[in-house]
Write a protein that binds this ligand. Structure first.
Ligand code: SF4
Length: 449
C-alpha cells in the first residue's frame, strides 16, 4: 500500500465540503432544530444550494449575515438579532449555531454570546441554543458533522437514570441508510437513540403547504437518554477520540463504546449484526439472514464480471473504507482510495478492511491529485460522488455514484449503502455498470449473457 499525502500549496476542485455544511446536516437530524450559520450570507447560500441540490428538499438555513463592519467589530449584535428573528419565525426547540471561517478568524466567542443573549431574556422562554465551532480551514463537512454530534451530546446527554438500549452514531450517511439502520436495529427489539436522524427532515413526503421545520429527527428526550444507555455503537474507523461523541459518553457518563466501520458489504455488516446480537442476547432475525443469503447468491452470480477489475474510490474517509471493504470482498482490485479528509487514519482503516489489497491511499486529496493518480493507475471503474464526474469523463471511466454530494442525478438521499441490502444495491450497480461498458464497446453488440 502506498500512502501519498504530498502537500500542495493550493487545492484544485476539493474532494470535501465545508465544515458548517456538515454541521447543518447534523442539526437537521434533531427534532425541531433550526440550523444557523454565524458568518456571511455567501456561506449560508452555498450550503443551502448544495443541500437542496442533493436532497431535493427545501433547506432553510439562517445566517447572521456578516458585513464589512461585522468582520471588523464582531458579529454579536447581528447574531442576537438573528436568533430573535429565528425564534419568532420558526419557533424551534433548538437553534444550532455553527461558525464560518470568518467568524473563527476574528475570534468570535459563541458560548459567551449565547450566554449573554439568554441572560438578556431574564427567564423568558427561548429556544435552546447549541453553539458549535466549525472552522472550515482545518476541517471538512465530516468534521463539522461530528462536531455537532459531540457538542449536542456534551450539552444535552444528561439523563441520570439507566434506561438501557444503545446509542447509534452512524456518521454522515444517506437518508436511506438511516432508515435501513433503524430497520436493522429495530429487528433486535432494543430501545435506541440514533443521532442524528435526518431521514425524514431531509427526505420528507410531499406536502401541500410549506412547512418551515419538517417533522422528524432525534428528539431532545432521546438525546438526554443517551447518558443512560448500556452501550454506544459508533460507525467510524477514522474519528479521533477527542472529536467523538461516543468517547465523551464513555469518559463522562460511563457508557461503553463499541467502534465499527460503516457496515458496507457482508463482512462489515456482519460485525454490526454480531455486536447487536451480543448486546441484546438475540439472534439475527430470519429477515436479516434472508437478506444476507440473497446477497451471497448475487455475489456468486456476478463474481465473474467484477473479478480483478481495477477500481478507484473517493469521498468521505469512512465511506471510502467501507466501499473498499465491499470491493475487496467481491474480488475487485482497489487501486486508489482517496479522500479530502485528513484524519491520518485512512490507511490503517483500509488495511483493516482489505488486508490483502495494496491501493494508493491519499488523504487530503483534491480532484487534481486524484485525476493525476488515475491517469497512471487506469481504473476500470470509479466509485464516489458527483464531484468526480469531470475526472471520470475526462478519463473515459464509468462512475458509480455513492455518498455526497449527488448533484447530477436524482435520488441522492435514497442511495442505500449500508447493510446487506445496501451492499446488494451497490453490487448490482457495479456489475451492471461494468457490463454496460463491455456491451457499449463490443463491435457486434449482444443482448443476452
Ligand atoms: S468561507 Fe469557510 S465557511 Fe464559508 S463557505 Fe467557504 S469554507 Fe465554508
Amino acid at each position: 500500500m502506498t500512502e501519498n499525502s504530498s502537500a500542495s500549496a493550493v487545492t484544485t476542485n476539493a474532494c470535501k465540503q465545508c465544515a458548517p455544511l456538515g454541521a447543518t446536516v447534523a442539526f437537521k437530524g434533531i427534532e425541531g432544530a433550526m440550523p444557523f450559520i454565524h458568518g456571511g450570507q455567501g456561506c449560508a447560500t452555498y450550503i443551502r444550494r448544495y443541500l437542496i441540490s442533493h436532497f431535493k428538499e427545501p433547506v432553510d438555513v439562517a445566517s447572521s449575515s456578516f458585513s464589512d463592519d461585522t468582520a471588523i467589530f464582531g458579529g454579536e449584535s447581528n447574531l442576537r438579532v438573528g436568533l430573535d428573528n429565528v425564534a419568532r419565525k420558526y419557533a424551534p426547540s433548538l437553534i444550532g449555531v455553527s461558525t464560518t471561517c470568518l467568524a473563527e478568524t476574528i475570534g468570535e466567542n459563541l458560548p459567551a454570546i449565547m450566554r449573554r443573549h439568554l441572560e438578556s431574556k431574564q427567564g423568558a422562554a427561548f429556544p435552546l441554543l447549541a453553539p458549535v465551532s466549525t472552522p472550515s480551514y482545518r476541517g471538512t463537512h465530516v468534521d463539522g458533522f461530528n462536531a455537532v454530534v459531540r457538542a449536542v451530546i456534551e450539552q444535552r446527554a444528561s439523563a441520570s437514570d439507566r434506561c438501557g438500549g444503545v446509542n447509534v452514531l452512524p456518521g454522515f450517511v444517506s437518508c436511506a441508510d438511516l432508515r435501513h439502520l433503524k430497520e436493522i436495529i429495530g429487528s433486535f427489539d432494543i430501545p435506541y437513540t440514533l443521532l442524528p436522524d435526518y431521514s425524514d427532515t431531509l427526505d420528507a413526503p410531499t406536502q401541500s403547504d410549506y412547512v418551515p421545520l419538517a417533522d422528524g429527527g432525534t428528539t431532545l428526550a432521546e438525546i438526554a437518554a443517551m447518558a443512560g444507555r448500556d452501550a454506544t455503537i459508533q460507525m467510524s474507523r477514522t474519528l479521533a477520540p477527542e472529536a467523538s461523541g461516543g468517547s465523551w459518553l464513555a469518559e463522562n457518563r460511563g457508557v461503553p463504546l463499541h467502534t465499527l466501520g460503516l457496515p458496507i458489504g457482508i463482512r462489515e455488516t456482519d460485525r454490526l449484526v454480531d455486536l447487536l446480537s451480543g448486546l441484546t442476547g438475540r439472534d439475527a432475525t430470519k429477515w436479516l439472514i434472508g437478506e444476507r443469503g440473497r446477497l451471497i447468491d448475487a455475489y456468486i452470480d456476478g463474481h465473474k464480471y467484477v473479478f480483478e477489475k481495477k477500481v478507484a474510490i473517493y469521498g468521505e474517509e469512512d465511506l471510502v473504507a467501507g466501499l473498499t471493504s465491499l470491493v475487496a470482498e467481491i474480488g475487485m482490485t482497489p487501486v486508489l482510495c482517496a479522500s479530502g479528509g485528513a484524519s491520518g487514519k485512512l490507511a490503517a482503516a483500509i488495511r483493516s478492511v482489505a488486508p490483502n489489497c495494496t491501493p494508493v491511499v491519499r488523504e487530503g486529496a483534491d480532484f487534481k491529485a486524484i485525476t493525476d493518480e488515475l491517469r497512471a493507475l487506469k481504473p476500470d471503474l470509479m466509485i464516489g460522488n458527483s464531484k468526480g464526474y469531470k475526472t471520470a469523463r475526462e478519463l473515459g471511466v464509468p462512475l458509480v455514484r455513492a455518498g455526497f454530494p449527488i448533484h447530477d442525478r436524482i435520488g441522492g438521499s435514497r442511495l442505500l449503502h449500508l447493510g446487506y441490502r445496501g451492499a446488494q444495491r451497490l453490487f448490482d450497480e457495479i456489475v451492471n455498470t461494468l457490463i454496460a461498458r463491455t456491451q457499449d464497446e463490443s463491435p457486434v453488440g449482444y443482448s443476452y449473457m
